[in-house]
Design a protein around this ligand. Structure first.
Ligand code: ATP
Length: 356
């Protein structure tokens, strides 16, 4: 039997509640007839680690998880630590250290979820946003000079490389090709950003020639927000830069009903390093420790993790169980207007997996 080594990094806030729930659900799928098992190792990195050691993770942290098959990540964020430290010190360190250059965010309106777009049925919103995850404004290039003086200057330089853009375009075209509609929207801003985004457009056109069966179009990022609201069914797979996709994917999550549901994968398509799967929500300190966190975003992230491992059947079983529980309003947590607790939702998913 194949044993997958999974690194669990709950991080901060409700990450400490939803990641153990995800682990329980994954364990319920393993063993026996499944043909695979899991070996979980938990790492207590994040805000508490920072308070004790002065860093968000140990210096040799990447080495400790390099040999894993995948990473299940909760969230990094702490009201008492600046956001740029929690973000750059853990999540981005892993994404960049393991060159997880494709961030993949599926968005759908799951059964039973009251989404804000009244004219939009579940079938009209089925997107995957591909976010370039290694460069752009998040490359870390820039600096500050004359600090504290009136002439202070600060820059964040957006880095786009030909190799970086080519690999994310190829990934996005391939993903679009694998989906039934074979439709890709390349999000751009080449009217105003006259250098990097013009190269982005040129490379999109060049890579499109390798995928003659994929229909594709270009959309300015500002117009794309309106299109997501007004014509959601005209979109399927989208590819955008790090910053543009960061914003679009939060809009997508809100349009699908709740931040608490949406998953994401930080993927190294070449599989040189472990890929990392996580709910898109943050640490939500306002509800932490009360058992109120919606674990569905983590469960859906577990579906993506299973698909990445090649366990398609287990992934489909888990997705079906998730859709059955979202369809039942008694199993909705507070973010969805319900009263269910994290433990009740988790137990309900596990019960459905066991009954199958
Ligand atoms: P961070 O600073 O780590 O990004 P945050 O608390 O500012 O975290 P989020 O956690 O992304 O931001 O979410 C904002 C709010 O949405 C939370 O304060 C919480 O009330 C709600 N929320 C987010 N995720 C969930 C969830 N899984 N279950 C229930 N409510 C959630």
């Amino acid at each position: 039997m194949k044993t997958y080594k999974i690194a669990c990094i709950p991080g901060d806030g409700i990450g400490k509640e939803v990641i153990p729930a995800g682990q329980e659900v994954l364990q319920a799928l393993a063993g026996g007839g499944a043909g695979f098992d899991f070996q979980f190792t938990s790492f207590g990195w994040g805000g508490d680690w920072y308070r004790a050691h002065g860093t968000m993770m140990p210096d040799d942290g990447l080495e400790q998880i390099r040999g894993m098959d995948a990473i299940l990540f909760g969230s990094a964020g702490d009201p008492h630590i600046p956001d740029h430290i929690t973000l750059w010190g853990l999540r981005l360190k892993i994404c960049q250290g393991f060159d997880q250059y494709a961030n993949v965010r599926p968005t759908r309106i799951l059964p039973g979820i009251d989404a804000p777009l009244k004219r939009c049925g579940p079938a009209d919103l089925d997107w995957v946003i591909v976010r370039e995850n290694s460069e752009g404004e998040y490359a870390g290039v820039g600096g500050r000079a004359h600090q504290g003086h009136p002439i202070e200057v600060a820059t964040d330089v957006s880095i786009l490389t030909r190799a970086g853009v080519e690999r994310i375009m190829r990934f996005a075209f391939r993903l679009a090709q694998s989906r039934p509609r074979k439709l890709l929207t390349v999000v751009t801003k080449s009217n105003a950003q006259r250098h990097g985004m013009v190269m982005w457009d040129e490379i999109a056109l060049a890579v499109s020639k390798e995928f003659p069966d994929v229909r594709w179009d270009k959309e300015l990022v500002d117009a794309c927000t309106a299109r997501m609201v007004n014509r959601p069914a005209s979109l399927d797979t989208l590819v955008a830069t790090n910053l543009h996709a960061d914003i679009l994917s939060d809009l997508a999550a809100a349009l699908a009903g709740s931040l608490g549901i949406a998953p994401t994968g930080n993927v190294d398509p070449e599989r040189r390093y472990p890929s990392m799967f996580e709910p898109i929500h943050g640490s939500a300190f306002d509800i932490m420790g009360k058992g109120l966190a919606n674990p569905v975003g983590t469960f859906w992230s577990c579906v993506m993790l299973l698909e990445h491992l090649g366990e398609k059947e287990a992934a489909a079983r888990l997705m079906q169980a998730i859709e059955e529980i979202t369809a039942d309003p008694k199993l909705h947590t507070g973010d969805l207007g319900g009263k269910a607790k994290t433990t009740e939702v988790t137990a309900a998913v596990i019960a459905r997996l066991k009954n199958r």
